[in-house]
Design a protein around this ligand. Structure first.
Ligand code: ADP
Ligand code: MG
Length: 329
């Protein structure tokens, strides 16, 4: 097995990344740029997320699932806008611990998710760093012109929905760190949810059709709801007690004495990669049918009213959460 300095960045690109490249637009990763034809009638949607060792992932996280998470956190943003992804740019800052096997594992994860989500590598950059292992992806997608669903469109009278379950990523981090006491199959499920979150890409067209505002839940349900409220100039009332929990999160929750505090933790932990969105009340039933048809769990977590910011309730009483989401301090 060749050492990395012998192989070099050029070899990494040609041997590992080139097989993942878009057959035309990436130009064999042998040019300075990718070039893609414009698509009449569509807007290009772009987003970027980085993962840094010690900040966003653990040194012991496997590199294949890390590659998947890197793509998925970006795919989640694209889906929340009602868009369809097609390709990505990738920056790899390899740290000293990353030899050829680590790079191959990383590429295996990319390959798996490219097939799963029908996306291609378009280009990127490959560097070595004395600092922490860092990756970043710029994901690109298409949405019909002028139709992207932003954070700013929620209206008083809308209802607030969230897809999937909340809190699995936050619990999953603790499961992976070995600090959570639960049955092994619960721990396995949660750890998987942390390492390989499943973005709601199949729900993007339902969002496109009916949502007035939408965002992916990455920093915490309450924080991301608050951002929609702020961008829309409305008040969002969130009902904490209806927060949708997985069976595994439910078994953790069942052991809590202070239920409200526990729900606040789940709804502020982040790393959920679900979609929180608003629809006019007249669309509520139609939206539930869309979700049923796709086997997507959908929960009405609140409503939009006149006013400003976020109001959190627990069993009808206003509460003041200790924190609403994850922030870089
Ligand atoms: P430059 O000298 O301009 O930095 P590079 O040698 O980094 O050029 O890149 C050469 C080609 O390889 C370009 O097409 C670039 O997009 C591609 N490339 C480099 N690193 C990656 C990567 N991590 N993933 C995908 N493509 C890459
Ligand atoms: Mg370069």
């Amino acid at each position: 097995m060749p050492a990395i300095d012998a192989v070099g960045e050029f070899e990494t690109i040609q041997r590992l990344f080139k097989p993942l490249a878009h057959p035309e637009w990436a130009r064999g990763l042998a040019d300075d740029v990718a070039a893609l034809p414009s698509r009449p009638g569509y807007d290009l949607i772009l987003t970027k997320d980085a993962l840094v060792e010690g900040v966003h992932f653990l040194p012991e996280d496997p590199l294949d699932t890390l590659a998947q998470k890197l793509l998925r956190v970006n795919l989640s943003d694209i889906a929340a806008k009602g868009a369809v992804p097609f390709g990505y740019l990738l920056a790899c800052h390899w740290s000293e611990r990353c030899g050829w096997p680590e790079r191959e594992a990383f590429v295996a994860g990319l390959r798996r998710d490219q097939a799963l989500f029908d996306i291609y590598l378009l280009g990127g950059d490959t560097v070595s760093t004395p600092g922490p292992l860092t990756f970043s992806v710029t994901m690109l997608g298409w949405v019909p012109a002028g139709r992207a669903v932003h954070r700013g469109g929620a209206k008083p009278g809308d209802v607030v929905f969230v897809t999937g379950t909340i809190g699995d990523g936050w619990l999953g981090l603790q499961a992976c760190q070995g600090t959570l006491k639960l049955e092994q199959d619960r721990l396995d499920y949660l750890c998987r949810a942390y390492r390989q979150p499943l973005p709601q890409t199949e729900f993007a067209d339902a969002i496109l059709k009916s949502a007035t505002a939408s965002a992916d839940v990455s920093d915490g349900l309450m924080a991301d709801a608050g951002r929609i409220a702020e961008a829309s100039g409305v008040c969002i009332e969130l009902d904490l007690e209806v927060t949708p929990l997985s069976a595994a999160a439910d078994s953790w929750f069942a052991g809590r004495v202070d239920e409200e505090a526990a729900l606040e933790q789940l709804a502020s932990g982040g790393d959920d990669y679900q979609i929180i969105f608003t629809v006019p009340a007249s669309q509520e039933e139609a939206m539930r049918r869309e979700a049923d048809r796709r086997h997507v769990r959908l929960t009405r977590v609140g409503q939009v009213v006149e006013g400003n910011g976020l109001v959190v309730r627990y069993r009808g009483e206003d509460v003041t959460p200790a924190k609403t989401g994850w922030t870089h301090d």
